[in-house]
Design a protein around this ligand. Structure first.
Ligand code: ZN
Length: 392
């Protein structure tokens, strides 16, 4: 039995043949094992989290729990459907976040500390958790109310105007979050290093894009992991570098990272990402409208505008997201490859490029030999060996 489970575990965790040999050219056996162990746990946590989420929504939909909560909210709100919906949605959100709290605490705090990746105290972690919850309350409750306004007005075709309004909201959020939401979690300061700044300007000229706002984030207060990203558009567009990256990488290596982020800008990946999200959301709402009608016919909800249908809506969006994850990741990995190739052309420094990939994989405990299913389901970026191969 034990041998069988070991065999099964190694089959589930194994990368494609030849991967280990390729990994050994850049990483020690200890580094490979550590990355496998860290990321293996994260794959497992993703699976457990998905099952818990699924069970939570199914119980709410098929057990009388959701209807009881709806009756209580409606009794409390009197004849104000928006208040009943707000109360119901707030209870749902709080229950959901509390249910996931042990998993998030284990994965996001204890495990990160066990692997020496976190620099954050427990108090700080809970402050972040609270801020996240508050943000969800502020953003989600009005959005749900807006959505249900359309559902109550036209129970059949509500998804058309709702999709349009949510598309505008997504655009506003993509524009505003770099200046309104991100600063709640990090402090951003303009890149101080004058030499790097000069490189940024020259890179931007070569990339043929307007000089970017390049900011440094104080990520070291939370983690030792290094990262960089590009966000916002119009006046809020910016490239953000974690201070953990700036502390560890040489100027040549930071230039490679910047060139990658500029590659995203050259290919307009932010716009494309927002556009794809809007299209996906409109399709998902159309499917949700059908599910609402099915729920009404089955007697799970009294009518499409019934607040008790909210778990049905969330489950629909959750399942659609889950089944389209491989497709979403194919698009994301395609964008990342494009940005990598652009970085190689812009920075023109193959050796620094490879060194950055290896260093980032090491410091972030990447799985250097990820199983194919994990790449399909969870990898927004190509695995490190593929990125090294692109550079080579
Ligand atoms: Zn990228």
């Amino acid at each position: 039995m034990c041998a069988l489970s070991l065999l099964l575990a190694s089959a589930v965790m194994a990368g494609t043949p030849g991967m280990r040999e390729a990994a050994l050219r850049h990483f020690t056996p200890e580094e490979i094992a550590r990355g496998q162990s860290y990321m293996g746990g994260r794959y497992l946590l993703f699976g457990i989290r998905s099952v818990v989420q699924l069970a939570f929504f199914l119980v709410l939909i098929f057990a009388p729990a959701s209807r009881t909560l709806r009756d209580l909210s409606e009794a409390w709100a009197g004849h104000r459907p928006w208040l009943a919906l707000t109360l119901y949605a707030a209870c749902l959100l709080l229950l959901y976040r509390l249910l996931l709290l042990p998993l998030e605490l284990y994965g996001g705090y204890y495990r990160e500390h066990a692997y020496g990746l976190s620099t954050q105290g427990l108090g700080g972690w809970f402050r972040d958790w609270g801020k996240g919850l508050l943000l969800q309350v502020i953003l989600l409750l009005p959005t749900v109310n807006l959505l249900y306004l359309f559902v109550r007005r036209d129970p059949l075709r509500w998804f058309l105007p709702a999709g349009g309004v949510l598309a505008v909201l997504i655009l506003v959020l993509a524009f505003a979050s770099p200046v309104l939401i991100d600063p709640l979690f990090h402090t951003f300061t303009p890149l101080k290093d004058a030499d790097l700044k000069g490189r940024v300007i020259r890179l931007a000229e070569r990339a043929g894009i307007a000089v970017e706002q390049v900011l440094e984030a104080d990520a070291s207060r939370r983690t030792v992991k290094a990262n960089a990203y590009v966000t916002g558009f119009g006046r809020t567009k910016r490239i953000v570098l974690y201070d953990t990256l700036l502390k560890r990488a040489s100027a040549d290596e930071v230039e490679v990272v910047l060139a990658h982020e500029m590659g995203h800008r050259m290919y307009r990946h932010i716009w494309k990402g927002v556009g794809l999200s809007v299209v996906a959301l409109c399709v998902a709402l159309g499917i949700a409208a059908v599910v609402f009608r099915w729920g009404s016919a089955r007697g799970l909800i009294t009518h499409p505008g019934d607040p008790a249908g909210l778990p049905l809506l969330i489950l629909t969006l959750f399942l659609l997201n889950l089944v389209t994850l491989p497709l979403q990741n194919v698009v994301s990995r395609h964008f990342e490859r494009q940005a990598d190739r652009a970085a190689l052309e812009l920075a023109g420094n193959r050796q620094a490029h490879i060194k950055v990939e290896v260093d980032l994989a090491r410091s972030n405990l990447a799985d250097t030999t990820p199983p194919r299913w994990a790449v399909l389901l969870l990898y927004t970026h190509p695995p490190v060996l593929e990125r090294i191969a692109i550079a080579e």
